[in-house]
Design a protein around this ligand. Structure first.
Ligand SMILES: [Zn+2]
Length: 279
């Protein structure tokens, strides 16, 4: 997801300077057939990177963008088309700013006090390719915000659309996005599941898989080394070498014929004996 930053500093909502502690994300769509980000998002002369942003977004020649005073709406971000036709997201308010996107619900409460909001710019609602791209960008943006604010997208009331907010009594009566997503086979439950999947840790693909160079020993196998207590315990095929060592006094043990030699030791000594080293 390409994410630009173009804060709408001239909007009265921005000037109002109220902040929230984000408890969720509310998904909106614009309700107008115009997928261009430039319809809503334009830099002001004071916006950092103004010329570059303008080149990316394209110029709104109608002066009806949202970076101006006198509007009673503002959201934290938009998803739509750049001037080159590619889909991108633009941040338009600090994420913890109090937005003006939900109005007041039947409960008297408002998601403005709790939810970060973004608008997806609508086309005529039939473009499958455009829908796929903005849906994907919306999933990624929501996942990014959930990660940043420690939000669980599957918890009740956290990731909701405007119409769900209306039914919950915390937003005005609008249909977005349930008048659009289902046309392309997506419900808000699908959206939440896709956000959760985006947040789930992914196994890193290993470009050069190697066998584990140092496998941990199985604790059950740790001490399977055999020890032989006395010469009689030593298997016959090792016994000659061990007897030579004991007889010569080179191997003393702990007395009473107790040698406590390991199989590894016996094997090594047997090899040395075969080489004539113990004679
Ligand atoms: Zn809405």
């Amino acid at each position: 997801m390409k994410l630009l930053k173009c804060i709408l500093t001239e909007n009265d909502c921005y000037k109002n300077k109220r902040t929230i502690r984000p408890k969720g994300v509310m998904v909106h769509s614009t309700g107008a057939d115009n997928p261009a980000l430039a319809r809503y998002v334009q830099p002001a002369a004071s916006t950092p990177g103004q010329a570059e942003l303008l080149a990316l977004l394209g110029t709104n020649k109608n002066g009806n963008h949202w970076n101006r005073p006198g509007l009673d709406v503002c959201v934290h971000g938009f998803i739509g088309k750049l001037a080159d036709g590619s889909v991108a997201a633009a941040q338009t308010l600090p994420w913890n700013h109090r937005g003006w996107h939900a109005g007041t619900g039947t409960s008297g409460g408002s998601a403005n006090n709790t939810h970060i909001s973004f608008e997806i710019c609508e086309d005529n609602l039939t473009g499958a390719d455009y829908f796929g791209k903005v849906y994907r960008a919306a999933v990624e943006l929501t996942a990014m915000l959930c990660r940043e604010y420690g939000l669980d997208p599957l918890a009740d009331g956290v990731v909701i659309c405007h119409s769900e907010g209306y039914r919950r009594g915390i937003a005005s009566g609008h249909a977005d996005v349930e008048h659009w997503f289902p046309r392309h086979g997506k419900s808000m439950d699908d959206f939440r599941a896709d956000v959760a999947a985006e947040l789930a840790p992914k196994p890193e693909p290993d470009p050069d898989p190697k066998p584990d160079p140092d496998p941990k020993p199985d604790p059950d196998e740790e001490d399977h080394m055999k020890y032989y207590k006395t010469l009689d315990d030593v298997p016959e095929y090792y016994r000659d070498a061990i007897r030579k060592l004991a007889d010569s006094g080179a191997l003393k043990g702990t007395g009473d014929g107790v040698l406590n030699v390991s199989e590894e030791f016996c094997r090594t000594m047997t090899v040395l004996d075969r080489l004539g080293k113990l004679n």
